[in-house]
Design a protein around this ligand. Structure first.
Ligand code: HEC
Ligand code: HEC
Length: 504
């Protein structure tokens, strides 16, 4: 872009310079002719015998000469004027040529999308998404059921994937799903030029994203912002509707499964379509163990849809993305590492207390000793120390007694009896019933906000980049995990992080 602007400026400058030089030259010549006209030289006196008498000098230098010179002058003037004008129009001609090629590519791409490769059959006109017929088979190739496989909306494709990643999907398809390999590298029918044309066509129907940089750089930032706000509002409305209709229980679960029942944006914004087995086949296809070859479809724990593109999020999330950040009391993220002063990092607890953090972000006492972080299921031995972070207790004195109101105790004679209900009136202000049901005496509570992973938020925001692994034990580096930062409002991404971390 920059280059062509520079070039255009050059061409204009050249054109104008040439025009000025030519005009100045003409004026100079004219003036010189007037002032420096020379007197006549002599002429031939005798005519040679083999020569025919030509026009007389009077005749030649009269009308005839005038006519020839005038004609020459007119042609010269026309050329001199036309040439710079030709240069002046050159940048426009170049822009026109580029536009024409682009239009040509786009219309070829459109031809492929709507007819040649019939992407439109599954992804619908303008890439709003749809469904693809699919036959479910068991391991031996036996028919199980006809199903409709969700074909994601493509009108937000380039806000989720880079062009390179889209090329990869088009070349190799999604093996095991209705999305075939289209490019020659994957054995498909389209040349790399045709794949490129299809991409250029798909770029013509992208919707507005929430990305502030894109909004700022658009031709009309105010209108773009309004469109982005509308998109965000639509997404929120759909999430709220699904919660109100009882489809999901938590905000995070609703975002994770966005569109499962309603088909909103053909599931393109959901996580579960790649992270829960069978999600793409919709709620109508039963997924009970034994009735089909798919996993039972535990949210987030399946190895992706039947194509296996996704990745089980159960069991490994905390290992891959360790807790590395606190949430601020208002629900937003603390800066990475916590708040900082001369002595290092600290964090504000819910009640405003400053809690020092060690260099790994774990809270330490004023003496620099680590707090014991207890989670549900920890033993009474740990509790005896009575130091807990996040619903947090620090010991001042006393012991903790095991006491669980939910589990009937066995008495000595082998009869189960309900435990004595705890007499809460006997508890002091600092005696607490811990999440495990045990009692901690004389505890000092530091009510820390939730601990979570900024790295995980970042990963979901940006997606996996083609060519680079991430986290501990790095993944496929194929760039298949989309980035959602330009399409999901940040608080919804955060809700989904909480949900995933709750899966264990
Ligand atoms: C037979 C139906 C069908 C046809 C034809 C088809 N697709 Fe697909 N496509 C799908 C399905 C289904 C998926 C989702 C696969 C999955 O669940 O991983 C998909 C996925 C994609 C994706 C990945 C998008 C994402 O968010 O995961 C792209 C890009 C895509 N298709 C583009 C195209 C283009 C371009 C064409 C035409 C050249 C095309 N598709 C033709 C059914 C189809
Ligand atoms: C188009 C399919 C697809 C969609 C949609 C998708 N993911 Fe992924 N996700 C993947 C793939 C593939 C990987 C493995 C990354 C790799 O190997 O490059 C992955 C990896 C992850 C990981 C890392 C898992 C680990 O243990 O390393 C997290 C976390 C994750 N996805 C969360 C999400 C969330 C949250 C969403 C929805 C906002 C989502 N994904 C939507 C395909 C998808």
């Amino acid at each position: 872009m920059m280059m062509s602007v520079l070039l255009a400026a050059d061409f204009r400058a050249i054109g104008i310079t040439v025009a000025v030089i030519v005009l100045a030259g003409m004026v100079a010549l004219f003036v010189r002719n007037i002032f420096e006209a020379r007197s006549e030289l002599g002429s031939e006196i005798e005519l040679a015998p083999n020569k025919k008498l030509y026009f007389s000098d009077e005749e030649l230098e009269g009308k005839k000469l005038d006519a020839s010179l005038s004609f020459a002058l007119v042609v010269l003037t026309l050329t001199a004027i036309a040439l710079p004008f030709y240069w002046l129009a050159e940048p426009g001609r170049q822009e026109g040529a580029v536009d024409a090629y682009q239009l040509n590519f786009e219309s070829r791409g459109e031809g492929l999308y709507t007819e040649g490769a019939q992407c439109v059959n599954c992804h619908s006109a303008n890439g709003v998404g749809g469904v693809a017929a699919y036959v479910l088979q068991d391991g031996d190739g036996q028919f199980i059921a006809n199903a409709s496989w969700v074909a994601p909306a493509l009108n937000n494709l380039f806000h989720r994937y880079s062009e390179e990643e889209v090329t990869y999907v088009l070349n190799f398809g999604r093996p095991g799903s209705p999305m075939a390999a289209w490019g020659t590298p994957g054995g498909g029918p389209l040349t790399s030029q045709q794949v490129q044309n299809t991409i250029e066509y798909m770029q013509t129907f992208q919707v507005q994203s929430l990305d502030p940089i894109e909004i700022n750089e658009s031709a009309d930032p105010v209108a773009a912002q309004a469109e982005a706000d509308e998109l965000a509002a639509e997404i929120r409305a759909e999430v709220e509707r699904s919660l109100a209709d009882g489809e999901f229980e938590t905000l995070g679960e609703a975002v994770f499964n966005l569109g499962y029942f309603s088909g909103f944006q053909a599931g393109s914004l959901s996580c579960a379509r790649c992270h829960t087995s069978g999600w793409s086949l919709g709620p109508a296809v039963p997924r009970l163990p034994g009735t089909d070859p798919l996993d039972p479809g535990i949210a987030g724990c399946g190895g992706g849809d039947p194509s296996g593109i996704g990745f089980s999020l159960c069991g490994t999330i905390h290992e891959r993305f360790p807790d590395d950040a606190w949430k601020l009391p208002d629900g937003s993220w603390a800066p990475e590492g916590g708040l900082a002063d001369d002595e290092g990092f600290y964090y504000e607890a819910m009640d405003g207390t400053e809690v020092r953090l060690d260099d790994r972000g774990s809270p330490v006492t004023a003496d620099g000793e680590a707090y014991l972080i207890l989670t549900e299921g920890d033993t009474a031995g740990d509790l005896a120390e009575c130091a807990v972070v996040s619903g947090l207790w620090e010991p001042s004195s006393g012991d903790a007694y095991p006491f669980d109101q939910r589990v009937p105790l066995e008495s000595e004679d082998g009869v189960f009896v309900d435990p004595e209900p705890i007499d809460t009136s006997a508890l002091g202000p600092n005696d607490l019933i811990l999440p495990s049901g045990e009692v901690g005496f004389e505890c000092e509570v530091i009510d820390m906000p939730e601990r979570t992973s900024y790295a995980q938020f970042n990963f979901i925001y940006n997606g996996a980049n083609a060519g680079s692994g991430y986290g501990r034990g790095g993944q496929s580096a194929a760039g298949l995990m989309p980035g959602f930062g330009a399409l999901l409002p940040e608080d919804l991404i955060q809700a989904v992080v909480d949900y995933e971390r709750s899966l264990g």
